[in-house]
Design a protein around this ligand. Structure first.
Ligand code: SF4
Length: 490
């Protein structure tokens, strides 16, 4: 189904990512993966799991199931509920499956790149689903092409399939060799007709967790998907770890020594759903603590606290609790403008924000307002939201951002603008304050963020987080003679 043919939006859920677009000046999520091993209803479980991960990718969805001898799969453009129906699901019989929801950079939203990617190689069928980005994929791809490989897609995920296929070793050893050549942030699900492999990059940059449902094992980019299907969370997959599941059960192995633990800080701040856990911490609670830390670091006397919906509401509640200033719904999101709503032209972006967000006049009129948001990327939307509050009668608007200034692009699967477009890369906080028309502007410190996620109690460097987009300290090599790639894995 092409983008043009997609049905118009009929509903709005947090997990369908509405509001996470160009109008809202937010970073784009990467992707979501969901795997099942050893359950007769693998496809149905995956459907519900993928729906819970919908906010991580709205452009395509796919599911591949094996019955032990052959693959059945279905992929399509659109939301999970658009791609699958009862008939399609019932045709996907088997006890092992891998599924995927995908976000891609613009211009590269093609069905051939929808995952799981399916390959036939000398030892049989191989399905691959991943979340993240391989920084050295262009370099590996060029080398493979020079030695005769023909790629079927423009997806970097195909690189691992070629590396496995060219190895003379058996599948698990070949996968280990292939994974060890990759540099970046990634979580992989690799499936054959008799095995499921689960791998995390050596820094654990992208989240992936394991759960049990009866005798079955489940794997997901976020734990909220386990709740939906009633599975019990076991643990996160460790950096450099490779899990092998087959007829002998689960085997814990590794393909690389763990490096500095560096889970993406933006997962804590913004991407993951508030009902998910990361590193054992619930996200709603962690975001509340970010708001509390923000209040301790940058108190301002005001009449009401409000959060930019949806992702900043938890932090706004924390800020209000810490200061005693009442939390109010000063901003309301229109639930019926979604992914397929006609995007306004650049000149009408102001209108676009108003269609998606309204200031509640009776809440903010005549009030000094603290507006909590999770990040500022380009800065364009912050000004519009501040102006919405002023037009509704707010006498002062104080902006508090529950992350440090976002200054550097991401190499690990988050689609970020070039450094020059990131407002914090070239402006002082005072210059940004003037640009967004706020009475005051403050950002949460890196130390405050680490404390809020519980990292100060652990030995991990920087609380076990990657914070490169704030401090330019990338946990991996990022320079491959001009052949490196940043952004999303597409
Ligand atoms: S650079 Fe930023 S967005 Fe990218 S993985 Fe690190 S913390 Fe996350």
């Amino acid at each position: 189904m092409s983008n043009e043919m997609m049905p118009f939006w009929t509903g709005d859920y947090y997990n369908e990512g509405s509001g996470r677009d160009g109008i809202f000046d937010k970073l784009k999520e990467e992707c979501g993966v969901f795997g099942v091993f050893g359950h007769p209803e693998a496809a149905s479980l995956s459907y519900y799991g993928l729906h819970a991960l919908q906010h991580r990718g709205e452009e395509s969805a796919g599911l591949c199931v094996t019955n032990g001898t052959e693959f059945n799969y279905h992929r399509g453009m659109g939301l999970v509920k658009e791609v699958f129906d009862r008939d399609k699901l019932s045709s996907l019989q088997g006890e092992c499956s891998i599924g995927h929801v995908r976000y891609s950079t613009s211009g590269d939203s093609r069905l051939t790149n929808a995952q799981p990617l399916i390959f036939k190689y000398r030892d049989g069928d191989l399905a691959v689903a991943t979340n993240g980005n391989i920084v050295n994929a262009p370099k590996i791809r060029r080398e493979l092409e020079q030695s005769g490989s023909i790629f079927q897609t423009t997806s970097d995920t195909e690189v691992i399939a070629h590396l496995i296929a060219r190895s003379s070793k058996e599948f698990v050893e070949a996968a280990k060799d292939a994974l060890s050549q990759l540099v970046g942030g990634f979580a992989f699900l690799l499936m054959t007709n008799d095995k499921l492999l689960v791998a995390s990059d050596p820094n654990g940059l992208r989240p992936i967790s394991m759960a049990r449902l009866g005798d079955a094992y489940l794997f997901s980019s976020e734990t909220c998907a386990f709740e939906v299907v009633g599975a019990e969370i076991i643990r996160d997959i460790r950096p450099g770890e490779l899990l092998v599941l087959d007829a002998k059960g689960l085997r814990e192995d590794r393909y690389a020594e763990p490096q500095r633990k560096a889970l993406c800080a933006m997962e804590y701040i913004y991407f993951a759903r508030p009902d998910s856990d990361l590193n054992g911490s619930n996200l709603h609670s962690a975001r509340k603590r970010m708001g509390q830390m923000m209040a301790q670091e940058s108190f301002v006397d005001a009449d009401v606290v409000t959060g930019v919906p949806d992702s900043s509401i938890s932090a706004a509640i924390g800020y209000a609790e810490q200061t005693g200033i009442p939390y109010e719904l000063g901003l309301i999101k229109n639930k019926y403008t979604g992914r397929t709503f006609i995007q306004p032209s650049q000149e009408l972006r102001e209108l676009g924000v108003k269609m998606k967000l309204s200031a509640v006049r009776r809440v903010v009129e005549g009030k000094r307002v603290v507006m909590i948001d999770d990040s500022i990327v380009r800065g364009t939307t912050s000004r519009r939201i501040v102006n919405l509050l002023r037009e509704a009668g707010a006498t002062e608007v104080h902006v508090r951002i529950t992350s440090p200034p976002f200054k550097n692009p991401c190499f690990y699967g988050i689609d970020t603008p070039d450094r020059g477009e990131l407002i914090a890369s070239s402006r002082s906080i005072e210059e940004m304050r003037r640009e967004i028309n706020a009475d005051s502007l403050e950002f949460l410190s890196a130390e405050g963020l680490i404390q809020a996620v519980g990292g100060d109690n652990k030995d991990d460097y920087k609380g076990g987080m990657c914070m490169a987009c704030f401090d330019n300290d990338y946990p991996t090599r990022t320079d491959f003679n001009g052949e490196e790639k940043y952004g999303c894995i597409s």
